[in-house]
Design a protein around this ligand. Sequence first.
Ligand SMILES: CCCCC/C=C/C(=O)SCCNC(=O)CCNC(=O)[C@H](O)C(C)(C)COP(=O)(O)OP(=O)(O)OC[C@H]1O[C@@H](n2cnc3c(N)ncnc32)[C@H](O)[C@@H]1OP(=O)(O)O
Length: 292
Amino acid sequence: MALLAGRTVLLRAGVRLGAEAATRGGNGARRFASHRVLVEPDAAAGIATIKLKNPPVNSLSLEFLTELIICLEKLENDKTFRGIILTSDCPGIFSAGLDLREMCGKNPAHYAEYWRAVQEIWLKLYLSNMVLVAAINGASPAGGCLMALTCDYRVLADNPRYRIGLNETLLGIIAPFWFKDNLVNTIGHRAADRALQLGLLFPPTEALQVGMVDQVVPEDQIHSTALSVMSQWLAIPDHARQLTKSMMRKATADHLIKQREADIQNFVSFISKDSIQKSLQVYLEKLKQKKH
Ligand SMILES: CCCCC/C=C/C(=O)SCCNC(=O)CCNC(=O)[C@H](O)C(C)(C)COP(=O)(O)OP(=O)(O)OC[C@H]1O[C@@H](n2cnc3c(N)ncnc32)[C@H](O)[C@@H]1OP(=O)(O)O
């Protein structure tokens, strides 16, 4: 294994994380080769910083999710690392959430494959044994917010454009029950009820007030703050912290694990409806026209 501080990492058998793109080989197996997940390891500190790099907005495409899942698996299985800082390499955007193009104009088999990957990334992050700190350095709607919500601690850069929340209703779609459960566990039932129904995207001060994030700091301090939070969490013995984390999260994760297939079927039938396809297309069109 080669660990290079401050550089995209080589982990085990020369597999270069973040240098891989999902393609299908002759036998249909997936191969990976692209640059969307950058890992900066600090082996001495036991911390890896994952930088999301899927420009322009870190939308969670199937390929990007697949790379991220593989990256997390590798880090989880590597005893060198006890903590991950999750942040973005795209200026001003943490993540625009699920890639709307994966949910528009595709066939049911694709929707099912996509949704399984969305479930998988959530389970991997939510149940990680490592300490996860989100250094949220940009806008973080919907699936972007969800990724941050899986972390143990959230630091948000103080910029009014960096809004965070589960805004699904604004798109005419519904946050699945496990998005909802994760939000309720974070901000409580009443605040989640209001935030979900109205599709609220909170600017930093409000996000802090409602408990969506734990700390708001000037943008240039986001990484140093995340590091200092991390060292506080890593001071706790792993076994005690991990068992406590599992005690707090297992029921929520099991809720999805037990109904994973049904949840996929629900998603496929919901997203395939003509009316939902139309809403998503209108929303995507509005995003495109915003610039003109
Ligand atoms: C049962 C179903 C449950 C499904 C649960 C769904 C969860 C989700 O995550 S749905 C996705 C929700 N995401 C959003 O509503 C965010 C939409 N995007 C934005 O609000 C903005 O793009 C921004 C604030 C994230 C960034 O703004 P800005 O820097 O001004 O960039 P642009 O808006 O100009 O976008 C650039 C480029 O990217 C395209 N794009 C943006 N978001 C997405 C996305 N989520 N998926 C796919 N593509 C996206 C946007 O259309 C622009 O494309 P071009 O015009 O082709 O450059």
